[in-house]
Write a protein that binds this ligand. Sequence first.
Ligand SMILES: [Ca+2]
Ligand SMILES: [Ca+2]
Length: 583
Amino acid sequence: MKKTFRVLLITAVVLSVIIQSVSLAFAGDKNPLSIYVASDVHFRPDTVLPPIGEVQSLPGDPIFSHCNTKGMMTYEAGAIVDEFLSRFEQSDSEILLIPGDISEDGFFEEHLAIAEKLLQFKQRTGKRIFVIPGNHDIRTSKSKNRLDLEDFMDIYAEIGYDEAIEIHDTSASFTADLDSNYRLIGIDACVYREDNAVISESLYSWIEKQVQSAKADGKKMIAMVHHNVLEHFAIEGLAMGLLCVEDHRTFSSALADWGIKYVFTGHGHANDISAAVSAKGNRIYDIETGSLITYPNAYRKVTFSDECVDVKTEYIRNIDISLLPDGYTEEQLDMIQNDFVGYSLGSMRSGMRSFTTTIPDLIEDLSESLKIKEGTASYAVLEELLETLKNTVELPLYDKENTKEIDSVSEIAAFAGIELPESDYVDLVDIGAGIYAGFYAGDEALSLHGSTELKLLSNALNAILVYALVNLPLSPVNTLLAELGAFDLYFLPSTSVYTLAAKIAYLRTAGEKIAIELIAPVAGGIINDVSDPVDLDVILESYSETSDSFQNEVPLTFFGILKKLFEVFMETVSNIFRFFLGK
Ligand SMILES: [Ca+2]
Ligand SMILES: [Ca+2]
């Protein structure tokens, strides 16, 4: 009897263990967590927008005269959001995260309009939506029409905050359970009215407390922050994390060591994924999602299971034109309906084009950073240079008409003794916009040394320098060249006797050096994806594993940072050598 009982007991225990583990494994496979992420909606309702025909940021353009310098599709935002929501509705995902910049400028009308859209959707479909403010959302401005924190909490009370477990008392940070395994922590680090983000002491200890209670409750934490917590392009590391929360390396190390492996961010309008490992060996991913209303109009679908985290990127490829505000021409509507991607890319290209008209205004910032005083001879040279730059970016790249005057970049280059490679590009803005669009899209893969785009840009910049400076007096030109980084020139023409050819050769040598020094670090990480892993469709490790390290992780340790700085230094040196050797 006793023996039979023991056998029965053991069998029962073994069986229950098997059943439990099978059902656990089954539950893990059967109920993965699927979420949608859409960011940087920058919403402005039709009611506050001036009629589309009245906006002349790019006068005379038949399609894009209303463009926006950031390439955002402000007039189409409502229709884009509706298209996105209908796709989210049809999906098997029940959860949407919006990591900030919900509104364009923190005005009541903007927030009320987008919040109403989201709330109606939520009430109709029963799907869940969580938001966090970005730098454009809480402006706490003197002008009354802008939100403060309390207003934000009021307006979004039923959009995520009604499900909050905890809410931080001096920010819009909150926690909420996504399912029985995962808890979301929305971190609002924005410095209201400013554009930067800081993790205050109060916020830091609040996050730490949330991490402890999540552990006690057996939940894994997924974070959402507007600003990035890891760098997303090479020069950003040197610029101390331009788009990141302040002291981002310390903060992301803390997040990693607290077991927060995945952070969803926005802010930079690029689709990019970066990874890093803390000194203690804990990995963290920053999954940045681009602006929904900006090329390439992407959003993410992310599935968390026991085996992996599956990131997929999808795109808005068409919208319902009947939802657009009044005032579009037939030509515009036709393009939006039949070539939405072309219209989106065109919006970005036109935005950059309208931005170039403001190049001469850069004189203030540039003279300040170069410490050149207004009224001096060097200041006049800089002014001349910017004016020529502005005029040149508007010129066609090649002399298609075969005119006698110098009215194309290739002729300016020929004047300077420089050859421009052949291409299909129309002008310099076209190249710049192409490079930027690639960076926004993600998985960018142009070569720094071999790409036509970079060769065109550096050769053109070199030629522009020669063309702008050749007729100016040599002494202030030399001062400016030294300020721009062309220190040890090989050939200095005598100020008393020199030929035009000698002066051109001298400026070309200086210009080569400046062009490569200016372009290489800026382009690094924008023309090719230096922040591992890849940006768009990728299978990443689950919360229970740690994958092998990536080749290009963002350094979080002191030695990691030193190594990175050394690599960037070596890269710059080799660029200069390659350039002078003509490779
Ligand atoms: Ca990238
Ligand atoms: Ca990447």
